[in-house]
Each structure stands twice: as C-alpha cells, then as structure tokens.
Design a binder for this molecule. Structure first.
Ligand SMILES: Nc1ncnc2c1ncn2[C@@H]1O[C@H](COP(=O)(O)OP(=O)(O)O)[C@@H](O)[C@H]1O
Ligand SMILES: [Mg+2]
Length: 360
C-alpha cells in the first residue's frame, strides 16, 4: 500500500480532464483572457486563466510569437511571474493555460487613481516595485540547463502586464514581446510595447538591452507615487518626444509622503543614458532593499491587498449592464476602435468562447 503522502502527490499531479470557461477577464486586439475551471477530479478542481488568440485574428506571424511566448512562459518558475502550465493549438487557434491571478492589473488601479490625481499609498508602491525587481532579476539572469544565459528581456514592462492579487501578490506576465534564446520566431530587439513605457534609447532607435526593463520599472514607480503619468501625451508622436527628452520631475517635491532618497533611486532607474542606470536588476534590487530597510514599518503584501480590495469593491459598485461599460470593466487595455464596434454589435472577433472547444 502506498503511503498517504504518495497518494496525495499522484492526485495533485493529475492533468485536468476538462477546462470550463467561466467568464472573460479581458479582450485585446489579438487575444482574449478567460477565467476557467480546470477539472481534475472530485474535490480537486481549481481555477486557471486561459489566454486565447482570437479566431481569425492571429496571422501566422502572431501565432508564431504566441508559440514563443508560451514556450518561454513554461520555462519560468518564480513567485513574481505568472506560471504558464500548458499551451496548445485548439479549435483552429492557440491557447495558453496559466495560473489565475484573482485581482486586477496595475493599470486597472493606476488609471482611476490618475483620473482623480491621487497617488498610491507609498508602502503599496514600494512593495510592488520590489516584487517587480525580483521578477526582473530572475528573468534577466536565467540560464538554460546547460548554463547558457538565455538573454531574456521582457520589453513590455508596463502597468497592463503587472497583475496584483487580492492577497497582495505581484506577478509579471505577457512575455509576448520578450527577447529570449528560446524564441524560434521573430526578430531580436523588436520595437513593441506601450509607447509611454519605452526607454529613450528605444524611441531613438539606438542599441538597447535589459536596462529598458529597469527604465519601465522606474516609470511605474514614479507614476504610482505622482498620481499622474510621466510621459503620456495626447498622441503617440508627442509621447515619444516626451520619452526622448526624458525629463523627470522630483517625486519628493511632488508628493510630501515620499521618503527621502527615492529621487536618487529613481534617477538611477530613469537615467536617460543607459550607462548611468543600474547595470542590472540585481544591483537595483540590492539598492532598493537597503532603502526599504530604512522605511518606517516596512512594506508587504498587505499594503497591496488593501488597495486591490478597495478597487474591486468600487468596481462592483459601479458595474452597469451597458456593453461599453462591460468592456471597461473587463480591464481591456487598448481596444482598437473597430474591435470595440464589433464588440458592441456582438459580432466579429469577440465571439464568445464555445466551451466544447476547451475539452482536451
Ligand atoms: N493569469 C492571469 N490572471 C488574471 N488575469 C490575467 C492573466 N493574464 C492576463 N490577465 C488579464 O488579461 C489582460 C491581458 O493579458 P496579456 O497576457 O497581457 O495579453 P495581451 O498580449 O493582449 O496584452 C491583462 O492585462 C490582465 O488584465
Ligand atoms: Mg499585455
């Protein structure tokens, strides 16, 4: 007879027999994300997130990139990165099964805060930044089993791609634009990502490396504490000019609750010249941890959990049955105008998922 612990581990390793879609979390230009239940057996079901390329949307190149994203995602195993469990072609498109982060993206919380001009509680902003730096330290330093550096650069570090759970966990996701030695498609150093989170060397089309992810981290920290965006202008052309100028107003002058010393850290994350920036996420993290040691009361998941809980409660109160409001509710980051139209009409690429397509 096997020992109970062995029986339990066999059960936990069991593959799901079915995924049951529950609700759509978000829909973007090319893909949508669903909350689903993975059925593995009685009393061992759990919830997952499933990202799916919209049918008829993904051209061959996008499907190839999605495959790269899934391959890389399955390799990453860190508490500050969304786990990817599985990926496959299904129903004429591709899906990726991930750990569900039950909460909100940083963008979902940052945008309303900016609208009302309210900065984040300082402890919350600092905790989020430390966790993000931990994720970056892990990915930037990751090596293959043979010990070869994988050269991973996320390239799309932005509030949309940082997920916050009700418990206060902070997890980086969406390696869809990442550089990695594991990629089999796409060009290295491709310019993508959200314009307002690009680094000056990227908009100037100069050589760039992992330090672009540190720059984006700096923008997010600055924005959480300022209650406004750093480079976002009326249109992409003006935003790009603002990124290239790279003028960083003092956060200590803008927000009197910000502890002394943060301007200095921000200056090294947001240096215009990458040569003046922290040379690695590891170096930034070490400096940041030393800074946090002097922060009164310390920071932790509770600081994030409170903000996420408040956001979700407010969202529930505001929920309206209007389809446009529903889109906003789903946390859709950047819907293209015609897709928005399609969604309101209830036609086109946003066709609801057929649950039968999910059985495998
Ligand atoms: N694992 C997850 N758990 C919960 N929500 C998720 C998860 N993955 C993505 N989302 C939600 O879906 C949105 C889009 O996902 P993302 O992977 O960034 O796709 P895209 O490539 O379209 O940007 C995220 O901003 C987040 O709101
Ligand atoms: Mg994204």
């Amino acid at each position: 007879m096997s020992r109970p612990s062995q029986r339990l581990s066999t059960q936990l390793r069991r593959k799901p027999t079915r995924y049951e879609p529950l609700s759509r979390i978000a829909v973007g230009g090319m893909a949508e994300v669903w909350k689903a239940r993975a059925h593995t057996g009685p009393a061992t079901n759990y919830e997952v997130a499933i990202k799916r390329v919209l049918p008829n949307m993904g051209d061959e190149r996008f499907m190839d990139m999605f495959e790269d994203e899934a391959r890389l995602g399955m390799l990453l195993n860190h508490p500050n990165i969304v786990r990817v469990y599985d990926a496959r072609h299904l129903g004429g498109t591709s899906i990726m099964v991930m750990e569900l982060v039950d909460g909100a993206s940083l963008k979902d919380i940052l945008v309303p805060a900016q609208r009302s001009g309210r900065p984040f509680p300082t402890a919350c902003a600092l905790h989020i930044t430390r966790e993000l730096l931990q994720a970056l330290e892990y990915v930037h330093d990751l090596r293959s089993n043979e010990g070869q550096p994988l050269g991973i650069i996320h390239r799309d570090v932005s509030p949309h791609n940082l997920l916050l759970s009700r418990e206060g966990e902070v997890k980086l996701t969406d390696f869809g634009l990442a550089d990695s030695a594991t990629n089999q498609h796409g060009e290295e150093g491709m310019v993508g990502g959200k314009v307002a989170y690009l680094a000056p060397e990227v908009v100037r089309a100069q050589a760039n490396d992992h330090r672009i992810d540190l720059f984006a981290t700096g923008i997010m920290l600055w924005e959480m504490l300022a209650g406004k965006s750093l480079f976002q202008e009326k249109n992409d052309a003006l935003t790009i000019q603002a990124v290239a100028r790279c003028e960083i107003p003092s956060i200590e002058a803008l927000n009197d609750r910000v502890p002394k010393g943060l301007d200095q850290i921000l200056a090294r994350l947001l240096a215009k010249d990458p040569g003046d920036r922290y040379r690695s996420a590891k170096a930034a993290l070490s400096d940041f941890r030393a800074f946090l040691a002097g922060f009164d009361g310390g920071v932790g998941p509770r600081d994030v959990s409170l903000v996420v809980g408040l956001h979700l409660a407010q969202k529930k109160k505001k929920a309206k049955p209007d389809p446009i409001a529903k889109v906003a509710e789903m946390g859709v980051a950047e819907l293209l105008a015609n897709e928005l139209d399609e969604l309101v009409k209830g036609t086109g690429g946003s066709r609801p998922l057929d649950p039968r397509e999910f059985r495998f």
